[in-house]
Design a protein around this ligand. Structure first.
Ligand code: HEC
Length: 136
C-alpha cells in the first residue's frame, strides 16, 4: 500500500512539473517570443531584443537564486526601468528600454514564464548554435 502511494505521489508530482514546464514555454511563446528569440538569432539586423539565453545569462549573474531571479523578471516585465536593468548598457542603447508588458501578461503567468526561463536558459551547451533539439 505504501509503495503504491509513493508511486502515485511521484507520478502526480512529475505530471505537475511537466505541465508547468510546457505551460511556461507556451506562455513565453505567446507573450515574450515576439521580441525574445529562444534560439540564437541568425540575422542580427532583424533582432529587436536580446535572445532569452543572453537575458538569462545576465539575470543569473546578478540573481543566482531562482526565487530572486523570478522576482526580478516578474517585476521587470511589468515595470522596466534603466535603473533596474541588469543587461549591458549597450543593449538598452541599441534596442531601447523594454516596453512594460502590463495588460499583456499577468503576475501569475509571469511566475510560470520566469520559472521556465530560469530552468531552461541559458542551455548547458550554450555556444550559440545547434540547440533546436532541446526545445521540442
Ligand atoms: C515588444 C518587445 C518585447 C516584449 C514583448 C518582451 N520584451 Fe523583454 N526586453 C525587450 C527589450 C528591447 C529588452 C532589452 C532592453 C531592456 O533591458 O530593457 C528586454 C529585456 C528583458 C529582460 C532583461 C532586463 C534587463 O535587465 O535589462 C528581461 C528579464 C525580459 N526582457 C523579460 C521579458 C519577459 C518575461 C517577456 C514576456 C512576458 C518580455 N520580456 C517581453 C523587449 C521585449
Amino acid at each position: 500500500m505504501n509503495k503504491f502511494l509513493t508511486f502515485f505521489l511521484v507520478a502526480v508530482s512529475f505530471g505537475n512539473i511537466s505541465y508547468a514546464e510546457s505551460q511556461g514555454e507556451l506562455l513565453f511563446d505567446q507573450k515574450c517570443a515576439a521580441c525574445h528569440s529562444k534560439t540564437f538569432p541568425k540575422d542580427m539586423n532583424t533582432v529587436v531584443a536580446p535572445a532569452v539565453m543572453g537575458v538569462m545569462r545576465h539575470v543569473k549573474m546578478d540573481y543566482p537564486k531562482k526565487a530572486d531571479a523570478v522576482a526580478f523578471i516578474k517585476d521587470y516585465a511589468l515595470n522596466p526601468s534603466r535603473d533596474k536593468a541588469i543587461c549591458m548598457a549597450q543593449k538598452i542603447k541599441r534596442f531601447g528600454l523594454m516596453p512594460s508588458q502590463k495588460g499583456n501578461v499577468t503576475e501569475e503567468e509571469l511566475e510560470v514564464i520566469a520559472s521556465w526561463m530560469f530552468d531552461n536558459f541559458p542551455p548547458k551547451d550554450f555556444r550559440g548554435m545547434g540547440m533546436g533539439n532541446r526545445f521540442k
